[in-house]
Design a binder for this molecule. Structure first.
Ligand SMILES: CC(C)(COP(=O)(O)OP(=O)(O)OC[C@H]1O[C@@H](n2cnc3c(N)ncnc32)[C@H](O)[C@@H]1OP(=O)(O)O)[C@@H](O)C(=O)NCCC(=O)NCCS
Length: 383
């Protein structure tokens, strides 16, 4: 390739600002701290709707009627059951496995009993709801198995969020804890064309199947620059330990050119609206659960980091307080990203189903910088 041609090409490293499709699912206004699912503000939804309603809204495109919501809840309930193959698999994993690896592997394995490529929209939708239902059951079952306990089956009278807490802890959660879990799930359910959603769309664009699509999303969410940041943020706050240690920690970390986890975002150049909701929850929950000092440490870290980063438009994101909230609900740190994934299945499915309405294989190009026409050397002559 001539250098002339090369010079006229713009490389979009990280695909910043590249639009890959039109979508009516989610709007992020990163300058004004706003987030909408299908036109509804995230604050309105988390004030009023359950996760099941939010999932329905995202996947189907409108808020459900009572009848539609009841139907979805019934379908979810019937899909909560794990097959003997899935249970055998879960019991065979090393107890040291990261639950995110467990979730990725097990969701992929669901295709073994329901496999096959199809472009039937209703099958794709059915599979999406099946995966959405089974994901939290898989996470909770593994959590109990690795502690040497028997997995629990969901209870019909509990909602999706409450059932998850019940299956983890073995006790019916309070309405307060259930509602917080519900809100946390809704806050994580969707976030426009992020890395994991794009990954799902790339997989879908080859006309792959829903299990592969969601597995790709989970795999992409796994990393610490995406879903894994909530785990890292809580570890960081716990390592700091007390509010007094925050200044030195933040100073040292930034001096070493390391990142403050739970800060910064490709789109938000101000506060992430999900952060605002989670911070308020963390404050109240900290008091209720006797963890106010952890909250105070987080607030101090936030203040110190903001003082140094806000001029560069680096603000706290959803992950800064979400880990704290999950921790206060008694959930172990390595469950945070799988919980995020289980809720995001709604968003991934919504985007994929929308994209498949007008599919185009995603096939970008690279600028080749290697050599050409090299002479093959037999192996014995290579030095
Ligand atoms: C999310 C993230 C990858 C988005 O960043 P981005 O828009 O791609 O920005 P870049 O990675 O190009 O960083 C731009 C600059 O901001 C700095 N920066 C970004 N996030 C930072 C953070 N959390 N702490 C300290 N500095 C940060 C970078 O060091 C870089 O500085 P430089 O230009 O001096 O090298 C980044 O903010 C990050 O790594 N955050 C921590 C992980 C996290 O919380 N992820 C969850 C996202 S919801």
């Amino acid at each position: 390739m001539s250098s002339e041609v090369k010079e006229s090409i713009t490389i979009h490293k990280g695909l910043d600002s590249i639009r890959v499709n039109e979508s009516s699912i989610c709007l992020i206004d990163g300058e004004r701290s706003r987030l909408y699912y299908r036109g509804y503000s995230i604050a309105d939804l988390t004030d009023n709707a359950s996760y099941e309603e939010v999932a329905y809204l995202l996947i189907i495109g409108q808020l459900p009627t009572q009848l539609q919501l009841d139907e979805l809840k019934n379908t979810l309930f019937s899909e909560y059951t794990l097959s003997p193959i899935t249970m055998t698999l879960l019991k065979s994993y090393p107890s040291t496995s990261h639950p995110m690896d467990v979730l990725r592997t097990t969701i992929s394995s669901l295709a073994l009993e329901d496999g096959g490529l199809t472009q039937d929209k209703s099958v794709n939708l059915q599979r999406a709801i099946r995966i959405l239902a089974k994901a939290p059951v898989i996470i909770a079952a593994f959590e109990r198995i690795r502690q040497g306990k028997e997995p629990l089956t969901p209870k019909k009278e509990l909602g999706h969020a409450a059932n998850f807490l019940y299956m983890i802890h073995g006790e019916i959660p309070s309405n307060y804890d259930s509602r917080i879990m519900d809100i946390a799930l809704s806050l994580h359910a969707e976030h426009e064309m992020n890395a994991s959603t794009f990954s799902g769309i790339v997989t879908a664009s080859t006309l792959s199947d829903m299990y592969s699509i969601i597995t790709a999303g989970i795999a992409t969410l796994r990393g610490s620059l995406h879903g894994g940041a909530n785990e890292e943020a809580l570890k960081m706050i716990m390592e700091i330990g007390t509010p007094e240690n925050a200044v030195t920690f933040v100073e040292e970390r930034l001096k070493q050119k390391k990142r403050i986890m739970g800060f910064g975002h490709r789109i938000y150049k101000t506060y992430d609206p999900r952060y605002t909701i989670l911070k308020a929850i963390a404050e109240k929950l900290g008091g209720v659960k006797g963890k106010a000092s952890l909250y105070d440490t987080a607030v101090r870290v936030e203040r110190e980091a903001l003082g140094r980063l806000s001029d560069s438009k680096i603000f706290p994101n959803v992950d800064f307080y979400s880990g704290l909230v999950f921790h206060m609900l008694g959930l172990r740190t390595d469950l945070f990203t799988p919980i995020f994934a289980s809720s995001r299945i709604a968003g991934w499915a919504a985007h994929v189903l929308e994209y498949l309405e007008d599919n185009r294989l995603i096939r970008p190009k690279a600028v080749y910088t290697g050599k050409v026409d090299l002479q093959y050397t037999p192996i014995e002559q290579r030095t």
